[in-house]
Write a protein that binds this ligand. Sequence first.
Ligand code: PSV
Ligand code: MN
Length: 424
Amino acid sequence: MRIESSHIEKHNNKLIASHVRKVKQLSREIPNTQRIIRKLMEFQIAIPSWALGTGGTRFGRFSGGGEPRSLEEKIEDVGLLHALNKSSGAISLHIPWDIPSNNKKIKALAAEHGLNFDAVNSNTFQDQPHQKYSYKFGSLQHVNAKVRQQAIDHNIEVIKYGKALGSNSITVWLSDGSCFPGQLNFRKAFQRTLESLQEIYAALPTNWKMFIEYKAFEPNFYSMTVGDWGQSYLYASKLGPKAYTLVDLGHHLPNANIEQIVSLLLMEGKLGGFHFNDSKYGDDDLTVGSINPYQLFLIFNELVEGMDARQMNHATDLGWMIDASHNVKDPLEDLLQSVEAIKIAYAQALLVDRKELNRAQERNDVTQAQEILQQAYRTDVRPLVAEARLRKGAALQPLQLLRELHVRQQLISERGSKTVATGL
Ligand code: PSV
Ligand code: MN
């Protein structure tokens, strides 16, 4: 199904009067609203190809129906999101879950929907049916050089797919590690992984980036070979200027100060991008901003401050991706909520009075520093986010319009109620 501009216009016409009132009111209260709206218009968040179906746990999976059966249908789904919010103009592919059968056709289809290809993701955490060697005891870290070579070759193949589609980065997330003390020699595992990564790095085209994603635990429960930002940073530093750390918000131990991690990685020029999601306990992969929106704001606060200090382009100099799983919600609805939460946090961070905050910090005025941050966080910036959407030809209330158009029911009637999308 497609969302036509007439649908958007009809929807916006109903809401425009109250929207205009809210934007006017906010513009009186906030300086620089035009600048903030412009920045919001540029800011795009990539949708993961593996998050368009229903997610599950090892206890079960409860499909909502109408899931995309192919990469083409996944692109169609991201196209629907992008038509509604004009903020999801990219898709991030996971290989081999989403191998393009025909690169040219897939690229053309994405372009039809106004979509680019964001980072491509390799998968050496699952064994594939026709694979020669198993990843049960790791991939790039494996004691057997043949297993390592197989995993290296896979990553190089993923780069080739990405290149053909116009992507310019690869995200490497490894489940490598150990489940029990004594299973692994940490130093050897690190060295082997580094050597394997070096081979993949050597295959990177010019202008490409390699993102090294870390995760504290799962599926290995005693050690992870890229377990935290320190380890990721070590690999990225040793590999060279095209290698960066990727921060997945759910991959930390409880209460980690993610905003501080972000700030320091940025300072070192080694922050590559994000996998956004939210969590209460671990890698819960919940809707962005659903559990701890203040943390999300604090992360964006560091991003805006740090990127400005390095004169970086907010929209294009880091990789902005969602990595979530939707066990009980409609994936399309959930993704719309996530994109909205990201844009709200970004807009709030743009509101922070940096000069005043700096003054407060230099005077050790702790109370005032907190006031400045919370003043921004407690401002309802949703009309600005909606205004940015409106100016790009998107819906004032994307979620509402998705429901008004009965998108899920339409997809079920087109695709069936028992379809299963590839992914976890
Ligand atoms: C691992 O938990 C992870 O965050 C990595 O980014 C994977 O590519 C993705 O999830 C798989 O669902
Ligand atoms: Mn991730």
